[in-house]
Ligand binder design. Structure first.
Ligand code: GLC
Ligand code: CA
Length: 551
């Protein structure tokens, strides 16, 4: 990262999923004027950057991640003037505006695609990935991430097009120079309008092999295989460098790539300075994999590895949540008995790490997973697909639903819980996705009044990060505790050292006395409601952060 880019280290980025944030006109769908109305709330929380999930024109097959007009605003969300007003208001408050950029694919309703599919001769013929049938079938055995084949036949061309995601999300052909020019022109147009950064969606699949070989991975229940050769391709990195050279670097934009990075080396390939690609990366992990394999030990190991690999050169996006994951307190904490302490504990852990923290809407009040009663209540295409795959593999419908409920991205997409009324104050109409019934107990209004709420814990953490640079820039050292579920670490800078302990379990854990030497003032505790830290025997999900004595 260049000196000039240093400002990104002081950000706390709040992610908004606009459809579910705040509905200003009662149609049940969150919108841009709704975000504008809640900007004071975000300012009070203390964040200084806003990442908007896509707000562009879209038929909403994948809630805006299928774009049919890159330089237009989705009608349900408002107008370009609403966007301009939001930008101006953010600027006044010192909040940076970061837009989601979805350029691995567009919508099949984008004019480029309508043209491309019409014939083999049209000027945009090459904007998408077209292949002839092989023996009257799909060109290979690749499965789409949302189920079924990754190929769709178009009679007008007598060819198939490739779609890594749903068939309404055809992949753009980055090998085509005109396509690249069009995308880059669009990005510069947004930068001219005042966008200060991009979160770049699903960006590790841009380059495709010329021969489209069959995947060697075993078939899924639907008979298709995950395309195994699409990631870690040098060609993809070259396309990202082109974006960097032509858009990011000249304009000093913040960039975060959503990437599939199976190793820490590959993660580094996206973010090391000399690569000239992104400032930081959001590694994508399937919810099912995360549910099945996550553990505090693994978390610590991964943090340590990527810290060592990038402490001299590189930077980290720190997040537990986004719109593609189950709610963090349900996944990593405890959404029952220890809901409040574990929600604070997760926040304290994440915000005690070096890197730029991300807060996903509702996380700051400890919103939880939801169990919608029937598969029909789910909107997320990947949940519906997973459910089908489970049925195909022989699961009974009840078990398949239970599994889908656990994994569903809709867990993170239920309306923001502003107050305790029926629809959580999100809308005066009928919300597009059911509200979590626990809005009676978990909501912004209640937590703003309460000095010991999860929300207040986030405010304090964000304020701490602003007060001193130790939390953002200090060195990280993990200390050996003797218990895999007790994580201890220090953050040290020239002015001060902070010391933190995090009990990742429902059992008590004792902090070894030697580790407490020099621990001085308690800065924060996840048990503040219960009177705060009271000694080395940590309670379930207890986190405590100390400042160390200087000597
Ligand atoms: C990314 C987005 C996800 C979307 C997919 C296709 O993973 O975060 O929500 O479904 O890309 O655009
Ligand atoms: Ca609305």
């Amino acid at each position: 990262m260049t000196e000039q880019k240093d400002w990104i280290k002081d950000l706390v980025i709040y992610q908004i999923y606009p459809r579910s944030f705040y509905d200003s006109n009662g149609d049940g769908i969150g919108d841009l004027p709704g975000i504008l109305q809640k900007l004071d709330y975000l300012e009070e929380l203390g964040i200084n950057a806003l990442w908007l999930s896509p707000v562009y024109r879209s038929p909403n097959d994948d809630n805006g991640y299928d774009i049919s007009g890159y330089q237009e605003i989705m009608e349900e969300f408002g107008t370009m003037e609403d966007w301009d007003r939001l930008r101006d208001a953010c600027r006044k408050k010192g909040i940076r505006m970061i837009m989601d950029l979805v350029v691995n694919h567009s919508s099949d309703e984008h004019p480029w695609f309508l043209e491309s599919r019409s014939s083999r001769e049209n000027p945009r013929s090459d904007y998408y990935i077209w292949r002839d049938p092989v023996d009257g079938h799909e060109p290979n055995n690749w499965g789409s991430a949302f189920g079924g084949s990754a190929w769709e036949y178009v009679p007008e061309r007598g060819q198939y097009y490739f779609h890594y995601f749903s068939k309404k999300q055809p992949d753009l052909n980055w090998a085509c120079q005109e396509l690249r020019d069009s995308v880059i022109e669009m990005m510069n147009w947004w930068a001219d309008k005042g966008v200060e950064g991009f979160r770049v969606d699903a960006i590790s699949y841009l380059d495709k092999p010329r021969d489209f070989p069959d995947s060697a991975l075993p078939p899924r229940p639907d008979g298709y295989s995950f395309p195994d050769c699409l990631i870690c391709r040098p060609g993809t990195h070259a396309y990202i460098r082109e974006m960097n050279r032509r858009v990011f670097a000249p304009r000093n934009l913040l960039t975060v790539g959503e990437v599939a990075a199976p190793t820490v080396e590959e993660l580094g390939n996206y973010v090391k300075t000399d690569r000239e690609e992104f400032d930081m990366a959001i590694p994508f992990v399937l919810p099912k994999t995360e549910i099945d394999t996550w553990s505090p030990e693994r978390l610590k190991k991964e943090i340590e590895e990527s810290y060592q690999a990038m402490k001299e050169d590189g930077w980290w996006a720190r997040f537990f949540s986004n719109h593609d994951k189950p709610r963090q307190v349900s996944l990593y904490g405890d959404d029952g008995e220890y809901w409040e302490v574990s929600a604070k504990f997760l926040a304290m852990f994440l915000h005690s790490l070096p890197g730029t923290p991300y807060v996903y809407q509702g996380e700051e009040i400890g919103m939880t997973n939801v169990k919608l009663p029937s598969i029909e209540d789910y909107d997320d295409p990947s949940t519906r697909d997973q459910y089908q795959q489970y049925l195909l593999s022989g699961m009974d419908p009840e078990a398949a639903l239970a599994q889908a409920q656990l994994e569903s991205r809709d867990n993170a997409r239920t309306p923001m819980q502003w107050d305790g009324s029926e629809n959580g104050g999100f809308t005066s109409g009928t919300p597009w996705l059911k509200t979590n019934p626990n809005t009676r107990d978990i909501n912004v209004e209640a937590q703003r009044q309460d000095p010991h709420s999860v929300y207040q814990c986030y405010r304090k953490l964000i304020a701490l990060r602003k007060q001193s640079s130790t939390l953002s820039r200090g060195d990280l050292t993990f200390l050996e505790t003797g218990h895999p579920k007790l994580i201890a670490l220090t953050r040290s800078a020239a002015e001060e050292t902070l010391l933190a302990f995090h009990n990742f379990s429902r059992e008590e854990q004792e902090i070894p006395a030697s580790l407490l030497e020099g621990a001085d003032e308690v800065l924060l505790s996840s048990y503040d409601r219960e009177g705060g830290y009271r000694g080395p025997l940590l309670r379930p999900y207890e986190s405590v952060m100390f400042r160390m004595r200087k000597d």
